[in-house]
Ligand binder design. Structure first.
Ligand code: R5P
Length: 292
């Protein structure tokens, strides 16, 4: 097995290879004057089981196209098998048609990945597990929540209350509670399908004077976190941490989350950022050790 660290995930790819003690194949990337990507495997990959690590965080379109070029080239260069490791799968939040005429974007993305020739797909905390059924290749969805929760347990949050900012994050917060042990709860979130504005139903939690963590898969604008953190702070929680697997963090998101009363925001290196403190390399390396 060899690792091909794609341009969007070089550090993560190298970490995974180091944990597995296997070779990496450097990828040459050039960008043409019109913005198109040029991709080249700089070593022979014929007959190898190639693991491409390439995230599809912003800029999504560029990173997705590079992923497709990497998969297609690996097949064309006669790789024995191609595994695509895509920790954050772009467009996974558009998985149903809320308004007539909408594209169900994630279906198109899955078709692209499969048609390019991937034999196996590994992702981390996919936004909605139902998406997995649309894959026809072997697919694994890993969870980075225990890694985040263990980090927080070792850094002053043992016994903290875990809060899901919406029902989609409930399972993650149950998982976190197995590590932190302070109980868990869930807010009901409603997002306006046109404006994107987030509102949560009022709910009372037993958090007075207690430490809390809000676990979510993604922080993008930070609006969802803001609503959850304010809910906890308004109910006299002591310190509150915002923890996510994929810190997408569009401009102003960190300020928004900290400004709403969180003392800390942490994420994983699924998406490189200033808060990507916890590495997901160990869970990916473990998954790769299990035979395809
Ligand atoms: C949506 O349900 C996701 O799980 C996240 O809660 C959401 O994507 C976060 O987005 P934002 O930070 O823009 O509120």
């Amino acid at each position: 097995m060899i690792i091909a660290p794609g341009p969007a995930s070089i550090e993560l790819g190298l970490k995974i290879a180091e944990l597995l003690g296997i070779r990496t194949v450097p990828i040459e990337l050039k960008t043409f004057p019109d913005g198109e990507s040029y991709i080249r495997y700089t070593e022979d990959i014929g007959g190898e089981d190639v693991v491409i690590v390439q995230n599809t965080c912003p800029p999504q379109e560029v990173n997705l196209i590079q992923l497709v070029l990497l998969i297609d080239a690996a097949k064309d260069l006669k790789a024995n098998s191609v595994t695509a490791v895509v920790p954050y799968l772009a467009y996974a939040r558009q998985m149903k048609r809320s308004r007539s005429g909408e594209a169900v974007s994630i279906k198109a993305i899955i078709k692209l990945i499969e048609k390019a020739g991937a034999d196996r797909f590994i992702t981390v905390n996919i936004h909605e597990k139902d998406i997995l059924k649309w894959f026809n290749i072997r697919v694994q969805n890993l969870s980075a929540i225990p890694l985040l929760a263990n980090f927080l347990k070792d850094h002053g949050y043992a016994g903290a209350f875990s809060l899901a900012p919406d029902d989609g994050a409930l399972e993650a917060n149950k998982e976190a509670d197995k590590v932190l042990g302070g109980g868990y709860g869930c807010l009901y979130k409603d997002r306006d399908v046109i404006t994107g504005e987030v509102k949560a139903k009022r709910k009372k939690f037993d958090v007075r004077g207690r430490d809390c963590v809000v676990f979510d898969d993604i922080v993008s604008t930070g609006e969802t976190m803001e609503v959850a953190i304010k809910t906890l702070k308004n109910q006299d929680a002591r310190k509150v941490c915002a923890a996510c697997v994929h810190p997408i963090l569009v401009a102003g998101a960190i300020e928004r989350v900290l400004g709403s009363g969180a003392e800390l925001i942490i994420g994983t290196d699924s998406v490189p950022s200033t808060v990507s403190i916890v590495s997901i390399a160990p869970i990916i390396a473990e998954a790769l050790k299990r035979k395809a």
